[in-house]
Design a protein around this ligand. Structure first.
Ligand SMILES: O=C(O)c1ccc(O)c(O)c1
Ligand SMILES: [Mg+2]
Length: 600
């Protein structure tokens, strides 16, 4: 196996003061940082103090950046640039860092002249070399004349100074669709630095795309494994360093953000074959889902044909079952709970847990009574507990009640909908992907009555999760209930199930006639079919592979409700197109109207 590269993170990735950022990077296990000049300028600590602080935290300062608008300018400006550089070299000496990033000029004064650029960079490198420093030249995607890595490399080769090399930044290269394969031809010791960032494909200008939407590797649409593979194949032996400008990460608690960042690098190293992790065991289904709610969920499950089959030996928790659908109802939880836990059936739970730990998932303490099953569990980014179950051992925790129920066609759990706080959306998707080997579907966005919602499914065989998040933080107008979550059950005939559940007095959500008029217009459904959907408030979707029928209960507690779905053929989605209808129907049922403000 090739040597495992060191890891670094640019301070710009994280929120807070420089002191907060360094502490978070060190706690997440990074070896070093790229120190952003702005973070230094606003810090009360001198460069020497920062050097000591980093050393105390076990962090190296691998790069100082950025040094802007240097190359290919008229002589008078060149002199001023060298003067500026001398000052910064003094700072670097005090910091104890040896490499500065010079990004390609965006200045209107820059001249389109590679010979001049090479000459001036040579002069800068000479000055740096005299002080034991190096220059890493980076092509910004929006540089005035130099905006591709091959161009930057041509200039560096032309200058031919040992203290001058290139800095490769995956964003600048992949955002422009440049082929990264020729990186292999650059001598590894001339690649002075490597910056990694992923991003979603967005049809926008590269500068705002770069400054607002970068993501950690594995969270966007770029192939960072192939990219980094080329750089390592070239012989690069420096750190894998994250440089992610992102509006959400800039505001988020830097401690979990740094862990998320590190997890992305651990997963990347695994995919590069430079780090061995316990592989993700196959998942065979949902063992159970736990809803934490105020009283009410059990009654609703009974009306869906579930039986209360067990009562926990030590906790105020009940087990409800129908077919292979198992719901643990924890009515002693906080009133604002929702889905407290998902339990995944793993072919090797111990290995699943070891992998989770290697990917920095917090392993939760096992709170066990004398007879309770020894279940491994880890915390997802939003605090949801993910249990890993091997067999039916966990059932021993419940005293059987002997109760049975008529059933209403449910045979299992289809998916669990884990609505996310906005700050955790990207992190959650990469967490479930890396830790449990779930495959994410593309992100979709839809306009709901109370704002835009971003949505994404994740699946591995019959294990399915969905992540939803409001795009903008909610204000006073939107529903007071934060982030409802739900469990969706599978059945083989949704219309029959809806009828059976209505007969059991299930509180099913009524869907307005307008929806069916629109459905008829959009999708030419046979009259008897649409009449059955309409009569039973069953929603419908289809794609090229199959069809999807589904319906919902009213809220069964403060934040939780249930769904029943029928998949026909190879339909892989979750009926996202119908989510706004469901949201409006829930609102109509729960509230007489928005709070009315009376003038004081
Ligand atoms: O957005 C910028 O200006 C900027 C600065 C330094 C970098 O390394 C970079 O990739 C972008
Ligand atoms: Mg960069």
């Amino acid at each position: 196996m090739p040597p495992e590269p060191r890891t670094a993170i640019a301070t710009v990735c994280l929120s807070g003061t420089l002191e907060d950022k360094l502490a978070a990077a060190a706690a997440a296990g990074f070896d070093g940082v790229e120190l952003f000049e702005n973070d230094l300028v606003v810090s009360p600590s001198s460069p020497a103090e920062i050097r000591r602080r980093c050393a105390g935290l076990g962090l190296s300062i691998d790069l100082y950046q950025p040094f802007r608008d240097f190359e290919a300018v008229p002589p008078r400006l060149h002199e001023a640039n060298l003067r500026r550089a001398r000052h910064k070299f003094d700072v670097m000496a005090e910091l104890g860092t040896d490499t500065v990033l010079v990004c390609s000029s965006v200045s209107p004064d820059a001249i389109d002249d590679d010979e001049l650029a090479a000459e001036q960079l040579y002069a800068l490198a000479d000055l740096a070399a005299a002080r034991g420093l190096r220059i890493a030249y980076e092509a910004l995607a929006w540089g005035k004349h130099v905006n591709g890595y091959e161009h930057a490399w041509r200039i560096v080769r032309r200058a031919a100074h040992p203290a001058l090399g290139v800095c490769l930044d995956s964003f600048h290269i992949l955002s422009k669709g440049h082929d990264p394969a020729p990186i292999r031809a650059i001598p590894g010791d001339k690649i002075f630095f490597l910056q990694l960032a992923d991003a979603p494909r967005l049809p926008m200008d590269v500068l705002p795309w770069s400054r607002h939407h970068r993501l950690f590797p594995g969270q966007g649409d770029f192939d960072l494994t192939a990219f980094t593979g080329h750089v390592l194949a070239a012989g690069y032996r420096g750190p894998l360093s994250l440089e992610v400008f992102n509006d959400v990460f800039r505001q988020a608690d830097p401690r979990p953000a740094a862990v998320d960042a590190m997890r992305s690098l651990v997963a990347l190293k695994e995919s590069l074959g430079v780090l061995d992790l316990p592989s993700a065991p196959a998942l065979t289904g949902h063992a159970f889902a736990e809803v934490v709610t105020d009283p009410g969920a059990g009654r609703v499950l009974a009306s869906l044909g579930f039986a209360r089959t067990g009562v926990h030996r030590t906790k105020p928790v009940e087990l409800w079952e129908q077919g292979d659908a198992r719901v643990v109802v924890n009515e002693g939880g906080p009133a604002h709970g929702a889905v407290g836990a998902v339990a995944l059936a793993s072919t090797d739970p111990a290995r699943s847990a070891r992998r989770a730990e290697a990917l920095l998932a917090p392993v939760l303490p096992r709170v066990r009574g004398p007879r309770e099953a020894d279940l491994a569990s880890v915390a997802a980014p939003d605090g949801t507990e993910v249990f890993l179950c091997g067999n039916d051992d966990w059932r021993d925790d419940f005293v059987p009640t002997g109760e049975t129920a008529p059933g209403a066609g449910v045979f299992g759990i289809d998916h669990v909908a884990l609505t996310q706080p906005f700050d955790h959306f990207e992190e959650a998707a990469s967490f479930y992907r890396a830790v449990f080997g779930l495959t994410p579907s593309p992100v979709t966005e839809f306009a709901a009555p109370f704002g835009l919602v971003r949505s994404r499914g994740l699946s591995a065989g019959t294990v399915r999760l969905t992540l939803d998040s409001a795009l903008v933080r909610r204000g006073e107008w939107a529903p007071a209930v934060p982030e409802p979550q739900h469990v969706a059950f599978a059945c083989s005939d949704a219309v029959a199930a809806a009828r059976a559940m209505r007969a059991l007095e299930a509180p099913l959500l009524e869907i307005p006639g307008n929806y069916y008029d629109d459905l008829e217009a959009r999708l030419d459904i046979p009259p008897d079919r649409i009449a059955a959907l309409r009569a039973n408030s069953v929603l419908y979707d289809r794609d090229s592979r199959g069809e999807f029928l589904h319906f919902y209960t009213a809220f069964a507690g403060e934040r939780v409700f249930f769904e029943v779905v029928q998949r026909i053929g190879e339909y892989r989605g979750f009926g996202v197109v119908n989510a706004p209808v469901r949201m409006a129907a829930h609102r109509a049922r729960r509230y007489a109207g928005p709070p009315v403000k009376t003038p004081a």
